[in-house]
Design a binder for this molecule. Structure first.
Ligand code: SAM
Length: 244
């Protein structure tokens, strides 16, 4: 992923054109969805059956970039165009958003991008086990639903089991290609809780003890854009995969 960082300035000039392309797509009606779904409801508990990846990605041997909680998928839609030598996969629990994101992906003819409808916690293991060995190089968890009430804590995406699964599947050499796990949130206790869970696992170590001032990627997420427009703080951190 160092390529993304090094070529960010080149990419940014291209991103202006891409933005226009994507905005034109938005002339189509936006899918209306509930703002939140309860991930603990019974209907989301069965792990999904992963698709046949060979039918989706034109080159299954490329490294994978996983975005957990992809929402409308705009972040990945731009990233996939900027970084054709990566395969991008977005996981999202609100099915209409996934259907619409895949429709736009098809319209643009992208063969390195897919969105998958699932509740990530029961499905992540099955999804990652279905990818080629050591394919997973980069993971982003950006602005996950905070679930402010303490009794709703189990609804938050980042739980010790999710960290364990990522540790098992993230390529142990990912740090050499600037891979790892990138976390960001506008809610302090959420980023602190996520960071605690990753720091508690021996497979991960945090790169810096302070929050990153910049997003290392050349594309901002939808929630990130809104937060920055409102002059609200964004807390970001990066975890590397420790070598075994
Ligand atoms: C606040 S939004 C942030 C979206 C995007 N990452 C961004 O930064 O703009 C959180 C997203 O995570 C999705 N989500 C929440 N819980 C989930 C779960 N258990 N599995 C998959 N997606 C989930 C929500 O539906 C929502 O689209």
């Amino acid at each position: 992923m160092r390529q993304i960082l090094v070529s960010a300035s080149l990419i940014l000039s291209r991103a202006i054109d891409l933005d226009i392309l994507i905005e034109e797509d938005l002339l189509l009606p936006r899918v209306r969805v509930r703002q939140h779904v309860n991930p603990l409801s019974q209907k989301y508990q069965t792990p999904i059956t992963p698709p046949v990846w060979e039918k989706i990605y034109s080159d299954l041997n490329q490294p994978f970039f996983l975005d957990i909680g992809a929402a409308r998928g705009r972040f990945l839609l731009e990233m996939a165009q900027l970084q054709p030598d990566y395969n991008f996969l977005g996981l999202e629990i609100r099915e209409p958003l996934v259907t619409e994101a895949n429709r736009i992906r098809d319209e643009l003819g992208l063969t390195n991008l897919h969105y998958l409808f699932c509740h990530v916690n029961p499905s992540l293991e099955t999804v990652l086990a279905s990818l080629p060995k050591n394919a997973l190089n980069l993971v982003t968890i950006q602005f996950p639903d905070p679930w402010f009430k303490q009794r709703h804590g189990k609804r938050r995406i980042v739980q010790p089991q999710l960290v364990e699964t990522l540790a098992n599947y993230l390529n142990p050499n990912s740090w050499q290609q600037r891979g790892g796990v990138f976390l960001q949130s506008d809610v302090r206790f959420v980023i602190e809780e996520m960071s605690r869970h990753f720091a508690a696992h021996p497979a991960f170590f945090r790169e810096t003890s302070t929050w990153l001032s910049e997003n290392p990627f050349p594309v901002a997420t939808e929630r990130e854009i809104t937060t920055l427009e409102q002059n609200q703080p964004v807390y970001r951190t990066w975890f590397d995969r420790a070598t075994p």
